[in-house]
Design a protein around this ligand. Structure first.
Ligand code: GLN
Length: 281
């Protein structure tokens, strides 16, 4: 035994992390849960239980990594998205809770039972796997340009036993050039390359290729909106996540490109977060 209780370990971690994180308690809880293999409820039901020496040393090592700025998801190697435990690494974006609104919006569309769905830039596979977990009959394909991300998404698919999800290496539509879908979704890179937030916090440890795009962050959003027109079945939808200040310009672009019923959905923090449009038919 280490002689250190759960409560003491959490308090110690919060002090260490005070200056590096604006979610110190959550960070400490997630890392301690990971080390103990227990739920959050357990931490507060048994605050006086002692950590073994091994647990305490592992926890200290993780907190020290976090104190250097590394994201918690990189330290534990996992992050939950849509209640699915996903493996995460440095090859791609860490799934964000904000993106769950895109999943929810997609699930609210009335598509046919075995609709074909494409997730562009799937990364960990988060969106594709969340959709497949809710709609087992949809034919979901997730693609990513980065080979290591493709490997990661396949690992997540296999661990979650969502074998029917197809994961392909593809530069946007390149590997599905001849195919059409009822729904195309994407959380593409959309941050302006000059954005000062890129030098702060967790995003410093994520690949730029998953975060930034040219033309004030619009390059990939516009490219996808343009190309999706030949990959959508008549009446199909395009649904993309974007920055909270990009909605108006993106809606305008989608209307110019011929999409109908173009609308923006806000996330749980009331920020404009994703925009969808229907391809006529
Ligand atoms: N929403 C993310 C962030 O602000 C960015 C995700 C993305 O570029 N697709 O960090």
């Amino acid at each position: 035994m280490s002689g250190i209780s759960i409560n003491e370990a959490l308090k110690w971690a919060c002090v260490q992390l005070e200056r590096v994180s604006d979610s110190v308690t959550l960070d400490a809880e997630v890392m301690l849960q990971y080390v103990l293999g227990k739920s959050r409820t357990y931490l507060y039901t048994w605050p006086d239980r002692s950590l073994t020496s091994d647990q305490w040393h592992r926890f200290m090592a993780m907190v020290n990594e976090r104190a250097k700025g590394h994201p918690v998801a990189h330290i534990t190697g996992e992050r939950e998205f849509w209640s699915l435990p996903l493996l995460v690494n440095k090859t791609t974006l860490i799934p964000r809770p904000d993106t769950e609104i895109l999943v929810e919006t997609a699930l609210n569309l009335s598509l046919r039972a075995n609709a074909r769905v494409l997730d562009l830039g799937t990364g960990t596979g988060a969106i594709a796997l969340a959709l497949a977990s809710e709609r087992p009959d949809w034919q979901v394909t997730g693609v990513d340009k980065v080979p290591d991300a493709v490997t990661l998404a396949k690992m997540n698919r296999d661990r979650l036993k969502l074998e029917l999800v197809e994961i392909l290496q593809s530069d946007w539509f390149s590997a599905v050039a001849q195919r059409q879908f009822e729904l195309v979704v994407s959380n593409p890179p959309y941050i302006d390359e000059q954005d000062e937030h890129l030098a702060q916090g967790d995003v410093r440890f994520e690949p730029r290729s998953a975060l930034t795009a040219a033309d004030e962050g619009f390059a990939d959003l516009f490219y996808i909106a343009t190309e999706a027109r030949t990959h959508l079945l008549p009446g199909g939808y395009l649904l993309m996540e974007h920055g909270y200040q990009q909605a108006r310009v993106l809606r305008q672009k989608m209307l110019e490109l011929g999409y109908q019923d173009v609308a923006t959905v806000r996330d749980f923090g009331s920020n404009d977060r994703c925009t969808l449009g229907r391809w006529p038919g």
